[in-house]
Design a binder for this molecule. Structure first.
Ligand code: DGL
Length: 272
């Protein structure tokens, strides 16, 4: 058995930091490596082939950084690349390593939040078109009525720190109206993109307070904790010194400047 390693957390850019922050609350003792592929973000409007290729490259980088367990903290990558990586690539490149996504853990519990059994999902175009949420939710909550709304402008607004500006209102309201117009029984809205929690103040402004808005960070964090308790063979391969490393594919100063907004504390990233 090789030396112990870290948990890798991957996102196309900054969004995964909203998940990482929640993971640290429940698993602070583990060592982590975060990788944001900011130079090639956003992934949301890219083809299946491109998202798969970029995600696989980043997963391999995290394997090289000694991460036997990698979390795709990105819905788009989870929707478009996870299954192929798990089924086709892992057995070939690193059969003892594990790659997990954020869609499955979210769909395992999302039905518990809704009383009306009508939910809405905001996500990137790629996630919506993949229908991954519809397929997975149907396995766990077949009685749930699910409406999806793709919000292609939200990630660029957030990545450019324009999401709370007055100009953002048009794009926020447009998608809320569209979603709520198609089903007036919706009582729960899932933010199916790890960037979207940053829009919470604007969402709360336009979404009626009777509708609950769910971010997936804490759901994914609890699920990872549970996974590690059920998989001691993986857990035993992980270092526990509370260390964190951050990597990005853009200039590290740019990343550090914005990362704090997502992570809630300063980070010191290296360009890779
Ligand atoms: N944060 C990512 C997600 O959860 C994707 C953002 C993007 O690159 O479009 O889907």
């Amino acid at each position: 058995m090789s030396k112990k390693g870290k948990i890798g957390i991957f996102d196309s850019g900054y969004g995964g930091l909203t998940v990482f922050k929640e993971i640290l609350k429940v698993l602070p003792e583990y060592n982590f490596v975060y990788l944001g592929d900011n130079a090639r973000a956003p992934y949301g409007s890219r083809s299946f082939e491109t998202v798969y290729k970029f995600t696989l490259e980043c997963v391999q980088l995290l394997f090289e950084k000694n991460c036997p367990l990698v979390i795709l903290a990105c819905n788009t990558a989870s929707a478009k690349a996870l299954r192929t990586i798990q089924q086709k690539d892992l057995p070939r490149i690193a059969k003892d390593n594990r790659v997990l996504g954020v869609i499955r853990p979210t769909t395992e519990v999302i039905g518990q939040y809704s009383k009306t059994k009508h939910i809405g999902i905001f996500a990137t175009e790629g996630t919506v078109k993949s229908e991954s949420y519809l397929i997975e939710i149907n396995k766990f909550f077949p009685d749930l009525t699910v409406h999806q709304e793709a919000c292609p402008m939200w990630v660029p607004l957030i990545e450019n720190n324009e999401h709370l500006s007055d100009g953002a209102d048009y794009f926020v309201k447009k998608h809320i109206d569209r979603l709520l117009q198609c089903d007036d029984k919706i009582d729960t809205i899932l933010l199916g993109c790890t960037h979207y929690p940053l829009l919470m103040p604007k969402l709360q402004q336009y979404i009626p307070s009777s509708i609950q808005i769910i971010s997936q960070g804490s759901i994914v964090a609890e699920s990872l904790k549970d996974y590690l308790s059920r998989h001691p063979e993986i857990d035993i391969r992980l270092e526990k010194n509370g260390l964190r490393e951050f990597y990005t594919t853009i200039e590290s100063e740019w990343f550090n400047e914005k990362a704090e907004m997502f992570f809630g504390e300063k980070v010191d990233a290296q360009k890779i």
